[in-house]
Unconditional design. Sequence first.
Length: 60
Amino acid sequence: MNTIFILLPLAVFLSLIGLVLLIWSVKRGQFDDLEGPAHRILFEDDAALVPNQKKQPKDK
């Protein structure tokens, strides 16, 4: 019975912290673009990161 007096307020406190953090992250726009990073990996934009590389002309 003594453990309920400790665990119940602890569970409520941790739940409130999680709820506050969830609301804070939604307000800051953390979940606005869920698909952007998944699509960004498909584009080849790493040519600018390689030094001294000349751009190749595209085939027509």
